[in-house]
Design a protein around this ligand. Structure first.
Ligand code: ADP
Length: 239
């Protein structure tokens, strides 16, 4: 069920931003942030102007993935926060404002407040795409986002594993309920190809997402293998 008692106001557009794409997952650790970063960079390669908003407030990982740990954003003379630039992407993350090893102990309304600030008090400038890296699950941030702005599409990332798919299904149904269009699902960690023997291993099960999209009447956007280079790149901030 979609929450209750929330004041639903008119949805706003984020000034200067073309399309807003949200990257979601049911569970953490399935590669949502990795997909968000690499999607943003791929759009950048197509000469698009791209911003990346890390809305994973309890576990912001984009500063690490984009080699911006420890950097502090500044404000401009109009009191707007200037996003950081990383690999030509504009980046804003809650992780830039808190100590990495301190837990964020916040309640729902505060999460909505910080999301609003990141959407409307950041000087995003002219963007073709704003990619939002959501927290896992179906919580306050997702709901605030869906009620505050017009999201052009959500992409749901899942591994082929049943437990991940179950939660991804809930995510998809939440977006349907709040009338946010779902673009489709990405199967991450789809399989592992052994560098020695060349054999393909289906570590998290085979084609779980592919079978799920039919059932959920959504699109299969593609698959990404489990690859040690992806993990290394993330840890080194070199996506
Ligand atoms: P989430 O945002 O869903 O919590 P992340 O994108 O942070 O997940 O990924 C979790 C971890 O798994 C990271 O260390 C990342 O580098 C690694 N990872 C993600 N996708 C892959 C992949 N296809 N192959 C290897 N490692 C991956």
């Amino acid at each position: 069920k979609v929450g209750h008692g929330e004041k639903v106001t008119q949805k706003r557009n984020v000034g200067g931003v073309g399309k807003v794409i949200a990257i979601a997952s049911g569970k953490g650790g399935v590669g949502k942030s990795t997909v968000a970063v690499n999607l943003a960079l791929s759009l950048k390669k197509m000469n698009k102007k791209v911003g990346l908003l890390d809305a994973d407030i309890y576990g912001p990982s984009l500063p690490m993935l984009l080699k911006k740990r420890g950097e502090k954003p500044r404000a401009n003379d109009k009191k707007k926060i200037i996003p950081l630039d990383s690999y030509g992407l504009k980046l804003m993350s809650f992780g830039l404002f808190v100590n990495e090893d301190e837990p964020v102990i916040w309640r729902g309304p505060m999460l909505g407040g910080v999301l609003n600030q990141f959407l409307f008090d950041v000087d995003w400038g002219q963007l073709d795409y704003l990619i939002i890296d959501l927290p896992p699950g179906t919580g306050d941030v997702q709901l605030s986002m869906a009620q505050t702005i017009n999201v052009d599409g959500a992409v749901i990332v899942s591994t082929p594993q049943d437990v991940a798919l179950l939660d991804a299904t809930k995510g998809l149904k939440m977006f349907n309920q709040v009338k946010t269009p779902v673009l489709g699902m990405v199967e991450n960690m789809s399989s592992f190809v052994c560098h020695k023997c060349g054999e393909e291993h289906f570590v998290f099960g085979k084609e779980g997402v592919k079978s799920k999209v039919e059932e959920l009447k959504t699109k299969y956007l593609g698959k990404i293998p489990l690859d040690i280079e992806i993990r290394k790149g993330s840890d080194e901030g070199k996506p």
